[in-house]
Design a binder for this molecule. Sequence first.
Ligand code: ZN
Length: 315
Amino acid sequence: MLTTCYGFKIQNGLLRLPVRPRRYVYVKLNSRTLQVLSGHDARSVTLTSDSLSITYSKETVEIEPKGYVGVDRNLDNVTVASTDGRVRTFDLSKANKIKADYRYVKSRFKRNDSRTMARVFSKYGEKQRNRVQPILHNVSRRIVDDARTKRYGTVMEKLTGLRRLYRRGSFRSRNYRARMNNWSYGELQRQIEYKARWEGLKVIYVPARNTSKQCSICGYKTLESTQRKLWCPKCGTVLDRDENAARNIASGGLRFSPDGPPGEAMVEEREPENATLILKVDGGKLSQQPTTTTRPDEEDLTEPKNKHLVYSVSS
Ligand SMILES: [Zn+2]
């Protein structure tokens, strides 16, 4: 059972939920929940049989970026390149394996679509999500923490048309397409975006074309070199494929200057500078839950159920 409630109020450490006209249920919120909520707007409340989730938002002022980080997705990792030259790779093979296993098991049972099976798989799907989410949260948190320290904006590729790109008939192998489509990259992007915006950091999306083949030094079309490497016939540079793509994304798909950091102005040309922009940002979900071992969302809070003071009061 899941109920989302909007006509609520938070007062004196209590959450007031309407159950009938002029009749309310009060839930005592723990100090951590109240601390996180202070200064934010509570947006909605969701109740399940054993937990309470509150979504919240705050107003942020967008920080003018001092540089950019480009996030590129690959089969089993994301590569992140900053305009200061730093490159980091985050391994996500474990998350992909969990998802692939789930898809395989599910495909074995396709013809059997009785209600029971549907229930079993909804439960199983929830389990695999609960295992994948913390991995993605860890990676998105580390990417955003780094961007926040440097006051950098984040650049990612638009996912539109991605599935079309990896569908049948394209030159990649069937296995490659399946694995690329299986990726939780959309979810990772969503997490990076809301975490970055929460910190007031700029988020830019660029079209996916040309970011992988173009030379990040001179912009010329590169040639395939040995595995995972590209060679630029114009400037003669041998480039790491993932790094090159991430750098192209960081510079907004435009040229990287040969020495030193690339011109931020080039990115600014495409994204005209905004005056102080106030954004409304939805934060994570805040939950009061009984003991859980895996945290579906890192902002989730854990508290034993018996500590909740739940009582009904009529007024
Ligand atoms: Zn080149």
